[in-house]
Design a binder for this molecule. Structure first.
Ligand SMILES: Cc1ncc(C[n+]2csc(CCOP(=O)(O)OP(=O)(O)O)c2C)c(N)n1
Ligand SMILES: [Mg+2]
Length: 344
């Protein structure tokens, strides 16, 4: 049982160099574009929260992009993926629908939840994104229920649950792990351990800092990985998906990462304790998941600095246009109010 994250949580450990072996070069470029899209979408959201154009509370995951982008590589539309309050990246990596996300956050009719949900209630069922909700832990039992339904119907689909380290302080995670383990359900638990729950560092909340110890105690196989290394995320996700899909078994991934922004909104929350003040800059400089993939691609002669800059500019321009369109879009009509209320 691993209790301590040790070097994984230390941004000053130089583990930059990794080689790319799992996918073709073209696929790595696609993943790089996805990661940049997630980052720029959240930067645009951040700018517009700051300007007051976005009124909805937004929890940004800038710095955590490698986890959903790597995980999504092995999922398909019949799988079910569930998120939490910090799910823009989970949603974009599956759907690439940045316009629908912007419109949703702006409360517009064209939003992915028809403008009724905002940043923390996003849905993309046709791409397998079952939804996100702001209540910490609330989607975890839903993902276990989806896994049970998949098992009972003998489908080869799997369910994925994204949540943070703070979730392990809610009883329902433990109940969900128990059920998934007991009934052997095809559920992948992805804990994005960014070391913070709201404004508190994990060292101020728990005796040990590795969340996978709870999976271990329920007899669920697990891996504790550097969540900012796309190659490691791909490797672990591939194995977890294979286990869930082929053997119908649960798996727990603890991906250690760090969010560059504060808990909610656009600022850095640099004042949240000494630990954050010391860690933020090195996490940005040494453990940036996008820069690390870029460097690996440059080393393989698949990319150069100029084309990286152009790629960023192109994506920024496209997303900025989408944001402007979403701002111009209409709000939902009164008649639409009941459109999103349904049962099945
Ligand atoms: C049941 C419940 N308790 C408390 C909150 C307030 N809250 C919102 S996000 C959050 C922190 C969650 O931390 P973590 O799970 O580590 O996710 P992160 O924000 O780091 O991505 C808390 C306590 C809530 N939304 N729901
Ligand atoms: Mg956290």
């Amino acid at each position: 049982m691993i209790k301590e994250l040790n070097n994984l949580k230390n941004p000053n450990i130089d583990n930059d160099g990794f080689s790319l072996n799992l996918l073709s070069n073209e696929k790595y470029i696609v993943l790089l574009k996805k990661m940049i899209t997630v980052r720029i979408a959240e930067e645009i959201i951040s700018e517009n929260v700051k300007k007051g154009i976005i009124k909805c509370p937004c929890h940004l995951a800038i710095g955590q992009e490698a986890i959903p982008v790597g995980m999504s590589q092995f999922l398909n539309a019949s799988d079910r993926v569930y998120g939490n309050h910090r799910s823009h990246g989970h949603y974009i990596s599956l759907t690439m629908n940045t316009y629908g996300l912007f419109a949703e956050i702006l409360g517009k009719k064209t939003g992915c939840s028809k403008g009724m949900g905002g940043s923390m209630h996003i849905v993309g069922e046709s791409h397998g994104f079952g939804g996100s909700v702001p209540i910490v832990s609330a989607t975890i039992p839903v993902s276990v229920g989806a896994g049970l339904a998949m098992k009972l119907s003998n489908s080869k689909s799997i369910s994925v649950s994204y949540f943070g380290d703070g979730t392990s302080e809610e009883g329902v995670l433990h109940e969900s792990l128990n059920i998934a383990s007991y009934y052997n359900l095809p559920v992948i638990f992805v804990c994005e351990n960014n070391l913070f729950s709201s404004h508190m560092h994990i060292s101020e909340r728990q005796k040990f800092d590795s969340i996978s110890r709870f999976a271990d105690s329920h007899g669920i196989d697990y891996a504790v990985i550097d969540g900012n290394n796309i190659e490691t995320v791909l490797d672990t996700s591939k194995k977890a998906v294979k286990l869930a899909r082929d053997k119908g078994k649960p798996f727990f991934i603890e991906a250690v990462t760090y969010r560059w922004k504060g808990h909610v909104g656009h600022d850095d929350n640099i004042d949240v304790g000494l630990q954050r003040k010391e860690d933020l800059e090195p996490w940005k400089e040494k453990r940036d998941p996008i820069a690390r993939l870029k460097n690996a691609l440059i080393k393989e002669n698949v990319l150069d600095e100029d084309s990286f800059v152009i790629l960023n500019e192109e994506i920024y321009e496209k997303l900025n246009k989408e944001f402007a369109q979403a701002v111009a879009d209409p709000y939902p009509d009164r008649e639409q109010l009941l459109d999103t209320v349904y049962y099945r």
